[in-house]
Design a protein around this ligand. Structure first.
Ligand SMILES: CC(C)(COP(=O)(O)OP(=O)(O)OC[C@H]1O[C@@H](n2cnc3c(N)ncnc32)[C@H](O)[C@@H]1OP(=O)(O)O)[C@@H](O)C(=O)NCCC(=O)NCCS
Length: 220
């Protein structure tokens, strides 16, 4: 049961929030099937995730929209995808590989596989993409994640835009289903990796339509 705290204020994040919010991201994503698959060694994971989420937070500030709560216990990083993704040049691909190598070192191949698999199934239809939603593990199940979702959903509903995300486990899938998302196909990570579920929240008036091929929207 989720209780929404009436006093919880969601606001845009800024560079001044970097330290606390990068820590929230690294801590929230430390456990879980995707984390285990990406970096089995826990100490390595801690070090890589600190660099990975430092980069993700700043990418979000520079190219996306980042929101947090007044107490900085949660963070959501969204991207507006309103047109076709530009086709990367070979130089872009190399620059991306070098950047991931600096962050992930020996774990680069799995980070690259994850990114390529996500990119390959990204819907063409204009939407916002929820890249990361994280709540401090000591503050979870108090409605903070729900508040961050509801805040941006209000903006998107006004704009008439749908949302796409990849849900990494059954627990967070329940949260998204409660917030109007439909489940799509799974992305099966190779080498005994977990399955990640594609999810879509349609725009108001779209009647639950999803962009997923050959699947009927499933709701709980
Ligand atoms: C998912 C997450 C953002 C939800 O934030 P929250 O503030 O705990 O969520 P709320 O209190 O608003 O809602 C509770 C729901 O969140 C989900 N949830 C709670 N703890 C979770 C956890 N550790 N991992 C995944 N989902 C979780 C469950 O669906 C829960 O509902 P339930 O009562 O049916 O179990 C947060 O738990 C988290 O940071 N988890 C780890 C990172 C993650 O999985 N992010 C989503 C990536 S797709």
């Amino acid at each position: 049961m989720t209780t929404i705290d009436e006093n919880l204020v969601v606001r845009p994040a800024t560079e001044a929030d970097a330290g606390p919010l990068i820590s929230v991201l690294a801590a929230a994503f430390h456990e879980g099937p995707v984390a285990n698959w990406l970096i089995p060694d826990e100490a390595d994971r801690r070090a890589v995730y600190q660099r990975y989420f430092t980069d993700a937070f700043h990418q979000g500030l520079d190219h996306g929209q980042v929101y947090t709560t007044s107490d900085r216990t949660g963070v959501a990083i969204w991207y507006s995808r309103l047109g076709p993704a530009p086709t990367p040049t070979p130089a872009d691909d190399l620059a991306r590989l070098r950047a991931v190598e600096r962050i992930a070192g020996a774990y680069t191949p799995r980070f690259m596989v994850l990114k390529e698999m996500f990119d390959a199934v990204q819907p063409d239809e204009p939407h916002h993409y929820l890249a990361f939603l994280a709540v401090d593990p000591t503050q979870q199940n108090r409605g903070i994640g729900a508040a961050l979702l509801a805040d941006h959903h209000r903006r998107l509903d006004d704009l008439g835009l749908p949302v796409y995300l990849e849900a990494s486990n059954r627990n967070n899938q329940r949260l998204y289903l409660r917030h109007g998302y439909s489940s799509g196909p799974a992305i099966a990570l190779p080498e005994e990796g977990p399955a990640i579920l594609q999810m879509w929240r349609s725009a108001p008036g779209d009647d639950g339509r999803t962009p997923f091929p050959c699947t009927k929207p499933r709701r709980q």
